[in-house]
Design a protein around this ligand. Structure first.
Ligand SMILES: NC(=O)c1ccc[n+]([C@@H]2O[C@H](COP(=O)([O-])OP(=O)(O)OC[C@H]3O[C@@H](n4cnc5c(N)ncnc54)[C@H](OP(=O)(O)O)[C@@H]3O)[C@@H](O)[C@H]2O)c1
Length: 299
């Protein structure tokens, strides 16, 4: 099977590229012009004509759509750009995939929910985004499903991976200079290791059951709990995490974005199919830290 990846230079795209290749799939990595290399083909997904042209030339069997405008505060400040990339860009990708008969995996987010349910969200709960990022991703989901018949929408949460900026790297870098780190304690979710996400997706694409899937690691925590686990697992017991509220965070760090207070995803569809094998977030974090050390990303 031939897989075209959008956003292949991003955090998830890099792992998807490596893991799909390891599984023996032929991979065509693409990303924006600036990220293009001798291996990564340039593709701006906001350009429909270019997207169509490249898909027609490469003729992938499946498109793994990881490209997105993922800066949540940036999306809040520039909702037009958020919708241009996350909604229209996804529509372009889905339409171009449909035209050549390819299947599509469109990656989405827990931010499509408002967080008021206070119990794990299933695929059958109604989304109600409270940020422009969430709204633009939900619009992308809907456009993808209407434009491409063979479309899997995979929602994930609190993603981190070896290659890219992410929460564990930020915490480890802050711990080098600060004895105390203020972290939000009133938002609950599930950290997800990008490798586990890609492996679960490889399972999902084996079946023709197109539709929405929730995929994250197991369990739940808040950002404070996540930060404390990162420090503990690295022996950085001298650094203290001080809990702050989302409002305090917004004021201190000038973030304009409202985030869901509770966005734990229940993998209900996988569960009902007897296929929910995702490990708990704590063991996934161990695997990530080992891999980050192997790649020389952390000490
Ligand atoms: N990170 C999380 O916590 C999280 C949580 C839930 C869901 N997700 C979803 O998971 C997916 C992957 O996220 P990630 O964290 O790996 O993001 P990422 O590292 O920001 O990767 C996204 C990639 O898409 C590229 N891109 C941006 N605009 C593009 C365009 N117009 N055309 C083509 N490529 C474009 C980006 O390039 P530039 O860097 O140059 O912009 C980047 O290489 C996204 O769909 C995201 O919404 C992420």
């Amino acid at each position: 099977m031939r897989i075209l990846i959008t956003g292949a230079a991003g955090m998830l795209g890099t792992d998807a590229w490596r893991i799909f290749s390891e599984y023996g799939y032929e991979v065509i990595p693409t990303d924006v012009e600036l990220a293009a290399t001798d291996k990564i083909r340039p593709l701006d997904i906001t350009n429909y004509d270019l997207t169509r042209k490249l898909f027609a030339e490469v003729r992938p069997d499946l498109v793994f759509h990881g490209a997105a405008y993922t800066n949540v505060d940036g999306c809040e400040r520039d909702p037009d750009l958020a919708h241009k990339v996350n909604a229209i860009g996804t529509w372009n990708v889905a339409s171009a995939a449909e035209e050549i008969g390819a299947a599509l995996v469109a990656i989405s987010t827990d931010f499509v929910f408002d967080g008021s349910k206070r119990a794990r969200y299933t695929e059958f709960d109604l989304p109600n985004p409270i940020s422009h990022y969430g709204a633009s991703k939900l619009a992308g989901e809907n456009l993808a499903r209407s434009a491409c018949r063979r479309c899997y929408v995979v929602r994930t949460s609190w993603l981190y991976g070896t290659h890219g900026k992410n929460f564990p790297y930020t915490i480890l870098s802050l711990a080098k200079t600060k004895p105390e780190i203020p972290i939000v304690a009133d938002q609950f979710g599930t950290p997800t290791y990008s490798v586990d996400l890609v492996e679960a997706i490889i399972g999902i694409i084996q079946s023709p059951l197109y539709g929405v899937y929730h995929v994250s690691n197991g369990g739940e925590t808040n950002w404070q709990g996540f930060a404390e686990a990162i420090l503990r697992k690295n022996g950085l017991v001298g650094t203290r995490v001080t809990p702050i509220t989302s409002d305090e965070y917004a004021q201190r760090f000038g973030s304009p974005t409202k985030r869901p207070a509770y966005s734990v995803l229940r993998h209900y569809v996988l569960e009902l199919q007897g296929k929910d094998t995702l490990r708990p977030w704590e063991s996934a974090l161990d695997a990530f830290l080992a891999s980050a050390r192997d790649f020389g990303k952390i000490e």
